[in-house]
Design a protein around this ligand. Structure first.
Ligand code: TYM
Length: 334
């Protein structure tokens, strides 16, 4: 098993990142057996595809690395690094740019959403973003890629690129990566709008729980979360037409490691005046210790930097054979 996944070091990590991705990363790391490898990285090269403040990028990268460590990524068992320190990502990304088709990239929903109406004004990097993402996983022969639902399309593209490369060059080089989308929390929605995903780019901070939020902010955000006036139903199917209610129940279930059915069995009949404080208490109990460990780790930023350097060294070793094989396949090495 080769587990590979990444996260962009822009803004804060939020509850959607945690429940949709990082909780699975930690679970996969903890289930690892001899011979397996887990690699997790801060996708700082991907962050360059939208406008960023150069002074903030490096600081954000270290802060996010601290959050991942605080959330349970163990650098003695997993390889934790930032993408820019492993040139194989960019080099393989360029090679795969010869294989990926413009038509494939044009269909990517993240590209369409992020570029919006102003495609001509979007960066070239934003368009070719999924090619670099394909290189991120193919460079390590990833078998398992734990991601939220929104990244599934990019992984399917990585599989298409891998298949076309293997066919075009008559090699059996790239392993087809399998996306692993969390069953309990595939897509956590905004607390202000049950139709939009929780996102770090939402201008309203009330729409998301950040992993750095103090307890009173967590409680206030859940208290003010948009809901409807009805009590919670006993039957999960009755949540289908109630996206905000469904989101809060999903969050509760994922945080408590329970099924939605089990949560409803306990809370059916309750109004949100009762359910929201229970949810806030649970979230504070789960997220508070992560936030406190993160603050402690950030007391020594150079130690976090050292973890990333060590991870990058190992990642460079692991990526080298595949990069060299790809270079040979396309005729870049004599
Ligand atoms: P990013 O930084 O947007 O998000 C990191 C991870 O969090 C998941 N996620 C969510 N899951 C559930 N509900 C939500 N509201 C939610 N918001 C975010 C994302 O699906 C993701 O798993 N392109 C990637 C980073 C990346 C990557 C990779 C991932 C770069 N290279 C290679 C996997 C493999 C991204 O922007 O994720």
């Amino acid at each position: 098993m080769r587990v590979v996944s990444g996260i962009q070091p822009t803004g804060n990590l939020h509850l959607g990142n945690y429940l949709g991705a990082i909780k699975q990363w930690v679970a996969m790391q903890d289930a690892m057996e001899a011979g397996d490898e887990c690699l997790f990285f801060l996708a700082d090269l991907h962050a360059l595809t939208v406008s960023i403040d150069p002074r903030e990028l490096a600081a954000n990268t270290v802060e996010m690395a601290a959050t991942l460590l605080a959330a349970g990524i163990d650098p003695d068992r997993s390889v934790l690094f930032n993408q820019a320190r492993v040139p194989a990502h960019s080099e393989l990304g360029w090679i795969l740019g010869g294989t990926a088709r413009i038509g494939w990239l044009n269909r990517m929903t993240q590209w369409k959403d992020k570029a919006g109406k102003n495609r001509e004004g979007a960066s070239v990097g934003l368009f070719t973003y999924p090619v670099l993402q394909a290189a991120d996983v193919l460079a390590y022969q990833a078998t398992h890629v734990p991601v939220g639902d929104d990244q599934k399309q990019h992984l399917e593209l990585a599989r298409d690129i891998a298949t076309k490369f293997n066919t075009d060059f008559g090699v059996d080089l790239f392993t087809l990566p399998e996306p692993f989308v969390s069953k309990s929390a595939p897509r956590i929605m905004s607390l202000r709008d049950g139709g939009a995903k929780m996102s770090k780019s939402d201008p309203s901070d009330m729409s998301r729980i950040n992993l750095s939020d103090p307890d009173d902010a967590i409680a206030a955000k859940f208290r003010k979360a948009r809901t409807d006036p009805d009590p919670l139903p006993a039957d999960p199917a009755a949540l289908d037409a109630r996206p905000e209610a469904r989101n809060l129940v999903t969050i509760y279930a994922a945080l408590a490691d329970q099924s939605v059915e089990a949560v409803l069995a306990t809370h059916a009949g309750q109004g949100f005046g009762v359910f929201k404080p229970a949810l806030a208490d649970l979230a504070i109990a789960r997220l508070g210790p992560i936030r406190d460990r993160m603050a402690a780790l950030l007391g020594d930023r150079s130690a976090v930097g050292a973890v990333l350097s060590r991870g990058a060294e190992r990642a460079r070793e692991l990526a080298a054979p595949t990069l060299h094989a790809a270079q040979r396949a396309v005729g870049l090495q004599l």
